[in-house]
Write a protein that binds this ligand. Sequence first.
Ligand SMILES: Cc1cc2nc3c(=O)[nH]c(=O)nc-3n(C[C@H](O)[C@H](O)[C@H](O)COP(=O)(O)OP(=O)(O)OC[C@H]3O[C@@H](n4cnc5c(N)ncnc54)[C@H](O)[C@@H]3O)c2cc1C
Length: 393
Amino acid sequence: MNRRAGIDVAIVGGAVVGAACAHALAALDLEVALIEAVEPPRWSPDNPDLRVYAFAPDNAALLDGIGIWRDVEATRTQPYRRMRVWDSAGGGELAFDADAFGRSELGWIIEHGLLVDRLWTALSTAGVQLHVPARVEALEQHEQGVRLQLDDGVRIDARLLIAADGAGSTIRSLAGLDVATHDYAQRGLVAYIRTEHAHQETAWQRFLPGGPLAVLPCSEGRSSIVWTLPDSEAARLLGVDDGTFDRELTRAFDLRLGAMRVDSKRVAFPLRRQLAQRYVQDRVIAIGDAAHVVHPLAGQGVNLGLRDVAALRDALREARARGVDFAGSQRLTRWARTRRSENAAAAYAFDGLNRLFSSDGVAPSLLRGPLLGLAGKIPVLPYALWRRAAGLE
Ligand SMILES: Cc1cc2nc3c(=O)[nH]c(=O)nc-3n(C[C@H](O)[C@H](O)[C@H](O)COP(=O)(O)OP(=O)(O)OC[C@H]3O[C@@H](n4cnc5c(N)ncnc54)[C@H](O)[C@@H]3O)c2cc1C
């Protein structure tokens, strides 16, 4: 089949990663369509989103390039200037301080809904064709591009198709991009809490035998938790009354911020590692959670997805500057190889940490406290670890 493609790029999935990708590629003067199944709800300060991100500085720079960072930052973000990581089995503590790195913050805690809202508001003037609510019903792949049939009757021909439709990606399946999945048998329980003592603009994480408990600062007196728990324990803690939950949470956090009190509903997400074997198949590529799902213990899911976007933008810009077919170029293959190896390395590193710390075994318990203490005492190590996590190298 040999057909002329209509537009340059079609992106399926318009949450943080897909919407940011639409902006980044439209800014290269590419003709872009964005197809999203669900009309994004307007964000409201009175209705905080339970999903919050520890957002890295390189991705703040990406949003700045798109032109929305100042608005997001001014609307509701909480900079975190310190990180403290320690283990329930005792031993040392890993500490990162922004001052020591010559920065005013290590990153920002931001609600998912606020990011989506601001990305979509700006899309209305970015020259992107928006198809929402709409789903892809059929995909045809041919030499020069793809043809999409949407459920609202619209047909789109594009030279490149980007799957940004999340962990359960339909496009990935239609294109035949296989994934390898590992179920952690854990859930991430998220909620807002109030704490007796101030959060000190610090992102806290305590490793417990069932999984890490992260407490992220959100506003004065208010923090968000991501508590990794074995499936059955998560189900139990979703079912207990607020008073019981508060007592168990306060104890699990070792009274580090005094008494803790839940201040929202509690929700738990299943946790898995899911890695696409390839990110590119002819003229279809996968980015964000469609390509890689990682354990949330390092708060890197959306950060890795946005790094896919920044690297893709650079690869396509270079291909266009050289006058080669951006959608069939070597650069796309190179982009896929580099991103896949970086994301897989991150996924397996989080896996290793989860295994080492979520264990009652004697050997891991003996190892981890001293390991954290040692890492904390070698000044260059926290620096290198943070720079890597923040995407600054
Ligand atoms: C408990 C928990 C805590 C987390 N904490 C952090 C954190 O602190 N920091 C961090 O960086 N990450 C974190 N993550 C991970 C983060 O949520 C994901 O990595 C991120 O949401 C992936 O973004 P995405 O845009 O690729 O996919 P998604 O957010 O899943 O978006 C996919 C989009 O595609 C749309 N869609 C789906 N199917 C179709 C279709 N067929 N047609 C059209 N549209 C479709 C959906 O409606 C949705 O809008 C956490 C995850 C969990 C579970």
